[in-house]
Design a protein around this ligand. Sequence first.
Ligand code: ATP
Ligand code: MG
Length: 411
Amino acid sequence: MDILRGFKDILPQEIKRWQKLEETARETLKLFGYKEMRTPLLEKTSLFSRGVGEATDIVEKEMYTFLDKGGESVTLRPEGTAGVVRAYINNHLENSPFRKFYYIGPMFRYERPQKGRLRQFHQIGVEAFGIQDSALDAEIVYIDKIMLDKLGLTDLRIEINNIGCPDCRPKYLKSLKSYFEKYKEKLCDDCKKRLNRNPLRILDCKNKTCKSIASNAPKIHEFVCDGCKTHYEAVKKNLIKIGIKFEENPHLVRGLDYYTKFVFEIITDKLGAQGTVSAGGRYDNLVEQLGGKPTPGIGFASGCERLIELMNYNEEQDIDYYFACMEDYTTCLKLAKELTDKSNKSVYVEYESRSLKSMMKKANKMNANFAVIYGENERKNGIVIVKDMKKSTQEEIKIEKFLENEVKRWQ
Ligand code: ATP
Ligand code: MG
């Protein structure tokens, strides 16, 4: 039976990196008072069509949408923000002292699978509500960057842009449209469609010809209203004040319609075309759009698979004690149980009779620190053999002294 295209098993050999990633994210976000939230994987389809936007790639062609048995249209979440906003509204979290949240979990998009692009992927995302001030924008970029630093990622670039708001963006879209109209025949098929539906997205097209046409397109800065301009300039000042380096990219746009004013991406050149590891920005109208009171919001999401690929993680010790039992598994289980109780050391008990040689091979493969050998002779003599796998030395220990001996070893 094959796994679905674009889906992936995360196997034990890479799980440590996942755990390290999640731990680092949790530690970092805790430092800044962000609280974890877990929203359902399945939501009403209208949440995303209204939240993310009808004319986005995500809603137009990337969603896993189906009718449930009651005939309701439901969708596997393609991103996390809409669900968090829904939960914020439904649960009246505007009354909570904490209005900064994070989530970690799978997202689903029916995209063409390729390197760095899966159909089920994972995101670590952050959302903060109720604050208009640009200092929060700087905090968001800062915690994203510091999280990546703590993961040991290097050579990252932060790009920022002003994306305007529903007041000023239409003017810009009009100007973009008339610019691209002139090159209509040369644009790729996707962009031909985008021209009418969402000309902003042409700026983000990966096609070479579209890219070169886009490079001379009008820039949003000439069109933004005073409010957007003031906010954006203030974010830049704040970023400089807290020592965050950034580059302005006037053509940076996001694939989701809800963004306003300030957007950013953190990019690496180490992953080729799929180099954006984190992306986010402000969404000051989204809460209201989804039925809540007017409430500003801002957040980001990092793609876990891309972070994992960049993480250089030293695989540590896998297991402390490998119990090489050749008989009387119950005695071994008892020793192992007592050892974990008293020392917190990890154990792997072998319940399958094999030759001593093959068990020692296995202990080595598991990168065990010690092997505890218990066979017929040991049972008869009331001892175990504790073998130091790193030094290749071994000692005989009376079975009733085993626990005391091993606990002492680690003190
Ligand atoms: P892109 O331009 O790469 O399609 P996007 O605009 O769709 O990105 P967001 O929805 O903002 O991206 O997602 C934030 C991050 O999640 C991305 O920067 C990326 O790291 C990750 N991501 C998005 N889609 C995928 C996917 N299909 N597979 C793996 N990671 C993904
Ligand atoms: Mg995308």
